[in-house]
Design a protein around this ligand. Structure first.
Ligand code: N2P
Length: 360
């Protein structure tokens, strides 16, 4: 076979999409309006490869191994913090992202805790971890005064024993469930003390037999179609379940409550791996996401708050006016944040979580 060498420009013209620019994004599942992905491709001519995950641990394993092949990834702040320290990301060139002027100082101040100076990441969305309930079913099982806004719902074995009949799912996320259990027993939810952490083991082992599954994305449909009656999950996901049930008109009424004992507030941050194949394309994607109308479209679709001040003019009332999404001051005071454990404490957490999930 004869090889013909052509200048790159000619090849691009002749070869069409074979040589088209690509950007690879790895984001959480159920976390964007897919119309935005098409809009990005139409506006930039870049091919977007969009993959999803539902676990910080899965993302972290790929990032620490290196060569993930992704240009944009979305770890939660507490994970991003130690990934920055491990050298996983490159600094962002804000001069190439004029839409970064739209970011919200209030959220930047909070994310600076994980990314000092906000040099490596921008906030995509933030939310809380709490209780999704099928109101009718839970009241049927536990009575009219069921504690649907309290951690008693999921941490009291006598409640869980009854709820097991209609189905309970917990996030498969030790970094979220263990802090909630610590808070429930009166410990610092961000404790790094192995003795304090060990105290949640009996609590969680006692309710484990009543948990039908530890999973971090299946609960959306499971709640919406009435397969489960309680999910310990993420705010916006549960609100999406509420809408899916309403759309199906199946008589299922879903509510989300941040537990009155306090709820975890987390921040999901977009960042560019140090070894990203197309960092320039990644900056274009981030700039697109920071456009006020695009960011509002994403939040309006997935019911999570975002870190973009300018987007607030385009948010629907159902989103900006819902304190479960944009907490009022009183709700805000009841939210806590967490930081990354060091590798030793992380090993304790991982071992404990394996034990809890297996119920031993
Ligand atoms: C989206 C879940 C994002 C929240 N489904 C987890 N940080």
């Amino acid at each position: 076979m004869k090889t013909i060498w052509l200048p790159l420009a000619a090849l691009t013209l002749a070869g069409g999409s074979a040589l088209a620019e690509e950007v690879r994004v790895y984001n959480w599942s159920d976390y964007i309006d897919e119309a935005l992905l098409e809009k990005f491709e139409a506006e930039t001519g870049i091919d977007l490869i969009y993959d999803v995950f539902d676990s910080n641990e899965v993302l972290e394993t790929k990032l620490l191994a290196g060569g993930s092949g992704y240009d944009v990834v979305v770890p939660t702040g507490s994970f991003l913090e130690r990934q920055i320290q491990a050298g996983v990301f490159q600094k962002l060139d804000f001069s190439k992202m004029p839409n970064s002027a739209n970011l919200w100082d209030l959220i930047k101040d909070r994310t600076a805790k994980y990314d000092p100076g906000n040099e490596y990441s921008i906030n995509y969305m933030w939310g809380t971890t709490g209780l999704g309930v099928n109101v009718g079913k839970v009241k049927e099982v536990l009575g009219e005064d069921a504690p649907i806004n309290s951690l008693d719902l999921v941490f009291k074995p006598e409640n869980m024993e009854k709820l097991a009949s209609c189905g309970v799912m917990f996030l498969d996320a030790p970094a979220e469930i263990l802090p909630a259990a610590l808070k429930y027993i009166g410990e610092d939810p961000d404790s790094k003390d192995p003795e304090a952490i060990a105290k949640v083991e009996p609590l969680l082992v006692a309710v484990q037999p009543y948990i039908s599954k530890f999973h971090s994305s299946e609960y959306i449909n499971a709640l919406a179609n009435g397969e489960i009656c309680v999910a310990f999950g993420w705010s916006g996901d549960i609100l999406q379940a509420r809408d899916r049930a309403a759309e199906a008109d199946n008589g299922v009424e879903i509510a989300y409550n941040a537990p009155k004992e306090g709820a975890l507030m987390w921040f999901d941050q977009m960042a560019i791996p140090a070894d990203a194949p197309n960092p320039e394309g990644a900056l274009k994607f981030l700039n697109f996401i920071m456009d006020a109308e695009n960011m509002a479209a994403a939040s309006n679709y997935v019911y999570y708050a975002n870190g973009n001040k300018a987007s607030q003019d385009f948010l629907v009332e159902d989103v900006i006016g819902d304190p479960a999404i944009y907490p009022d001051e009183a709700t805000m005071e009841n939210l806590y944040t967490t930081t990354a454990p060091d590798p030793k404490v992380q090993r304790t957490v991982t071992r404990l979580w394996t034990k809890i999930k297996s119920g031993t």
